[in-house]
Ligand binder design. Structure first.
Ligand code: DC
Length: 227
């Protein structure tokens, strides 16, 4: 074991499919534990935004425009009480990251090895510093297998679709339930079947199905397991 690979890191890794409530729970758990909260989906979304702005939003994995945009990439994170702010080349792009279009590009390009490689060190170094709750798809399996607590979230697709629909309606968007459900099932397939860092339950992770739980119940469950 080397200094850069400790046996256990004081951290909570939360992985799970789209709209399983990862970020909501991770933010609350971080608040309770006094830890930093990092939503790694926002990093993939920042890369998607950078590619889109460079005209490489449609690029395939071996496209020179993808590699050119990745080599110009400068992503940084600023943790705040309400979550991380993400900057691209020093400019705060946080408000643009939740757009549906950016989510779709992120879902596609996150399967590319070059994209995952570009974000690995940033995530690993943040995670190794500890006192962090990190959510994503591969935190417990790839980024920080040494996390003291690893959680794999599940929720029925129909429950996730209803939660996502409520979020969209709150932000003034009107989309049909069927469209949201189809998008969730589509993302599940892509996230679970990609060759590199697929969404899987990490060894030693605890499964938490939130289909019939409130946010408060799920947060308390995670915090109790950590302690
Ligand atoms: O969680 P999210 O919807 O904000 O994530 C955006 C996309 O990024 C999602 O389609 C999957 C991908 N992602 C990933 O591959 N690995 C992570 N650790 C986090 C997100």
């Amino acid at each position: 074991m080397t200094a850069s690979s400790p046996a256990v890191v004081d951290a909570v890794a939360i992985d799970g499919p789209a709209s399983s409530g990862k970020s909501t729970l991770a933010r609350e758990v971080a608040k309770r534990l006094g830890f930093v909260f990092v939503d790694t989906g926002s990093l993939y979304r920042a890369v998607a935004l950078a590619l889109d702005r460079a005209g490489a939003g449609e690029a395939t994995s071996d496209d020179p425009s993808l590699h050119a945009a990745l080599s110009d990439l400068s992503v940084s994170l600023l943790p705040t009480h309400s979550g991380v702010r993400v900057s691209l080349s020093g400019l705060d792009v946080t408000p643009f990251l939740r757009e549906e279009r950016i989510g779709r590009i992120a879902s596609r390009v996150s399967a590319f090895p070059a994209v995952r490689k570009a974000l690995f060190d940033l995530q690993r170094n943040l995670a190794l510093a500890g006192r962090i709750v990190m959510d994503g798809r591969d935190i417990g399996s790839v980024i920080l297998p040494e996390a003291r607590l690893k959680i794999f979230l599940e929720a029925d697709p129909e429950v996730r679709a209803r939660r996502r629909l409520a979020d969209l309606e709150r932000s003034g968007l009107s989309v049909s339930y069927e469209t949201v459900l189809a998008d969730i099932l589509d993302r599940d397939t892509r996230d679970r079947t990609r060759a590199i860092s697929p969404l899987v339950m990490a060894p030693g992770a605890l499964l938490l199905d939130t289909s019939r739980m409130t946010v408060e119940e799920a947060v308390s469950w995670i915090v109790a397991r950590y302690r």
